[in-house]
Design a protein around this ligand. Sequence first.
Ligand code: GLV
Ligand code: MN
Ligand code: MN
Length: 413
Amino acid sequence: MEISGLRVNGKRLQESLEEMAKIGATPAGGVQRLTLSDEDKQARDLFVKWLKEIDLDVTIDEMGSIFGRRPGKNNDLPPVFSGSHIDSQPKGGRFDGILGVMGALEVMRTLHENEVETERPVMIVDWTNEEGSRFAPAMVASGVWAGKLDRDWAYSRTDRNGKVFGEELERIGYKGTVPAKAWPFHAYYELHIEQGPILEGEGKTIGIPKGILCLHWYDIYLEGKANQVGPTPMEGRNDALVAAAEMILAVQSVPARMGGNMVATVGEIQNYPNSRNIIPDGVHFTVDIRSWDDDLALRAWEQLKIDFQAAADRNGCPMRLEETWRVEHTPFAEKLVGFLAQKAEALGYSSHPMVSGAGHDASYMNMLGDAAMIFIPSIGGRSHVEVENSRWEDCAAGADVLLHCVLESANEV
Ligand code: GLV
Ligand code: MN
Ligand code: MN
């Protein structure tokens, strides 16, 4: 068969996504497959089984990332690879991450059943802990692989219950022995849901992001003075939650105050001792700042530090700030972005240029070599929620674009 006539099997892709969605399924139709949980392990086991069924050479690295390799005609040439993540948010959706892994698997299955020979090897990857929701930060395994994060620091990260990343990785049996160290690659592609409203609004099938915003994560710890709420007058209290409330409002208003294009969010908070009749004496909350303009994001943080100090002083609550994680904005490789547009057109799909506001492992890959992403529409623009949804035909369209981009790159010599 002519290579240009190859298509993925959309029904098989749908069935694989549906099978995966059973693992960690939530009553409201989403999934909860937190990094290194039992559900993560179960989904990994199924993924590895599927890789072996099509004779891929499977390796697990020290960070638990799973790789499957399909030889090319010339195995000295750096491979083309593609993938995403199996982990999910708490009460997350059935498409975030797993579409890119099942889409890449569908590409591999299509190459396998059609006995397609490529010049270069083709690889598939599931990156450990892309979400960063159980263990901060996000994209940790691709960050270590890219040499941007320290492996032992990643191992030492703890979740809210004090469970340690490295120990959990071992517990689920996915602490591999292959060094989590980058090898040369020719191109990296990641298929993903858009997670926003643009494609649906424009009525387009394929999103072509020019790159990914910068991501800056911070952790704020506040100390107050606990006391009985009834007898303690309002004056002179050191209420850590009130200080946090003032800080959260400063975060909400900072994008407008900076007059630039960015978003800033407090998504997580812990309040201690969290009793309605005790003045809070400890608060931890997180700040997430994203922009195409890294400098603007850094200046916003400088402004927030001033705002936070003023709120801490007003409430007599000492604070500690942690600059947990930063990834710079990344413009994707123009050559690959061009392939995406060409392949979408050749396959008869409408496409739309955009940027990615969500973080992806493609950020770290793009620091080392050529990377690009393929987006498909998110129904209602909803993601990181149980109602996250995409049309099956759009999943297949994205996988077909992925197939032909992978083939284009894998046949370049
Ligand atoms: C990753 O899911 C992100 O936070 O964008
Ligand atoms: Mn994702
Ligand atoms: Mn996500």
